[in-house]
Write a protein that binds this ligand. Structure first.
Ligand SMILES: [Zn+2]
Length: 91
C-alpha cells in the first residue's frame, strides 16, 4: 500500500508525525519530545480534505489540539508494508 508521512512541530516543540494512506486517511499519529526519543501515541485526524488538507493532532505532551495544513502535491509517497508499525511504544 502507498503511504506518506507528514511532520510538523507542536507549540511545545514536540515533533508531530502522521502516516497517511493513499486516500489521506490517517493510519497512525505520533509525537516525540525530541528527535531521538521514543514516540508517544498522538491521535491524529484529517480535518478537511482536498488539495490542501489539515491534520489535527492531540499532543500528549502539552494536551493541545494542534492543526497544521499540508498540500497533497507535496506528499512523498512510499510503499509501506502492512500492517503499519504500531503507534504505541513497545512495552
Ligand atoms: Zn505539544
Amino acid at each position: 500500500m502507498k503511504a506518506a508521512t507528514v511532520r510538523s512541530v507542536c507549540e511545545c516543540q514536540a515533533k508531530l508525525e502522521a502516516d497517511l494512506g493513499d486516500d489521506l486517511r490517517v493510519l497512525a499519529g505520533r509525537a516525540r519530545k525530541t528527535i531521538r526519543s521514543a514516540p508517544e501515541t498522538a491521535p491524529a485526524n484529517l480535518v478537511s480534505g482536498g488539495a490542501v488538507f489539515q491534520i489535527g493532532w492531540f499532543c500528549p505532551f502539552c494536551i493541545r489540539n494542534t492543526l497544521r495544513s499540508f498540500t497533497t502535491s507535496a506528499l512523498a509517497w512510499h510503499e509501506a508494508s502492512e500492517p503499519m508499525p504500531p503507534t504505541e511504544p513497545a512495552t
